[in-house]
Design a protein around this ligand. Structure first.
Ligand SMILES: Nc1ncnc2c1ncn2[C@@H]1O[C@H](COP(=O)(O)OP(=O)(O)O)[C@@H](O)[C@H]1O
Ligand SMILES: [Mg+2]
Length: 272
């Protein structure tokens, strides 16, 4: 059986103009202005088994979103290869897109439309219309703790927590084999956070969905993930089960914060 995900030596470098972004920066760049290199990912290799919940834990700017976007076929790596259920993300892009779905921190919606309208639109786009899709949609939203009366309210009038739940429900419309969750609970209130976390566990349990989840919440990763890769400035500094990491780098009864400190000599908070 093919692995759900294989990343082999993935490297991604961004170029930023010293003169700043925008049109002017671009023109200066063409004229040979100085470019600053940002190595967002450096030689990242790991494998994820089918049905696993795999965590990518790292402070802001450590490369989490870049990694997710490469797996999601939205960015091309400068080096290395990525396979989703045996399919190359660069040469079999359309096939890979049918196997995955992604929830990003700032999901894009039609804000004037309701949750149901947004999901119906997405369903049409994905080609999963019909009464089964509609039933699945309502069930997912209900399971996520979104009250029935909220389903027809314009999204701009819902809290961020609720909007994020709609984003998760939308990603599940296509029943992806690999679900990519980029900081799915960042900025959510504790209750919404809990509900989204419970739901992730339930989806894996019921559908066997493989999940790759990024986070800077140590407790979340500890709670949800079978294995964790800790990213620091574009490199994997450790990869193991949460328990294995704590035993190896901290104290078995300690926290992942202890592990991060042991690995980088930095406090988690000061790095963010
Ligand atoms: N489109 C881009 N252009 C230039 N630099 C980028 C771009 N996207 C990300 N970066 C840089 O790459 C690094 C990793 O970013 P990112 O993957 O967004 O980290 P994270 O999601 O962990 O916060 C950061 O230094 C960021 O500034
Ligand atoms: Mg990010």
């Amino acid at each position: 059986m093919d692995k759900a995900l294989r990343c082999l030596g993935v490297t991604k470098v961004f170029y930023e103009h010293e003169s700043g972004g925008g049109a002017l920066g671009f023109i200066r760049g063409l004229m040979g202005g100085v470019k600053k290199q940002v190595v967002a990912l450096q030689d990242i290799s790991f494998e994820v088994s089918a049905g696993e919940i795999f965590g990518v834990l790292g402070p802001n700017g450590s490369g989490k979103s870049t990694l997710i976007r490469i797996i999601a076929t939205l960015l091309i790596p400068d080096a290395g290869e990525v396979y989703v259920f045996g399919h190359n993300v660069q040469t079999e892009r359309l096939l890979v897109r049918r196997l995955i779905n992604r929830v990003s921190v700032d999901a894009a919606f039609f804000k004037k439309l309701s949750a149901l309208e947004n999901l119906s639109y997405a369903a049409r786009l994905y080609g999963v219309q019909g009464s089964t899709a509609r039933a699945r949609m309502r069930e997912t939203l209900r399971r996520l703790g979104l009250a029935e009366e909220k389903l027809t309210v314009p999204l701009e009038d819902l809290s961020r927590g609720m909007q994020q739940k709609v984003a998760v429900a939308r990603a599940l419309l296509t029943e992806p084999a690999l679900l990519l969750l980029d900081e799915p609970t960042t900025g959510l209130d504790p209750k919404s956070k809990r509900e989204v976390q419970e739901f992730v566990l339930e989806v894996r349990e019921k559908r066997g969905t493989t999940v790759v989840l990024t986070s800077h919440d140590m407790q979340e990763v500890d709670r949800l993930c079978d294995r964790v890769a800790i990213l620091d400035r574009g490199r994997i500094v450790a990869l193991d089960t949460p328990r294995g990491l704590k035993e190896k780098f901290g104290r078995p009864e300690g926290t992942l914060e202890d592990v991060f400190f042991a690995l980088t000599g930095k406090d988690w908070e000061e790095d963010r």
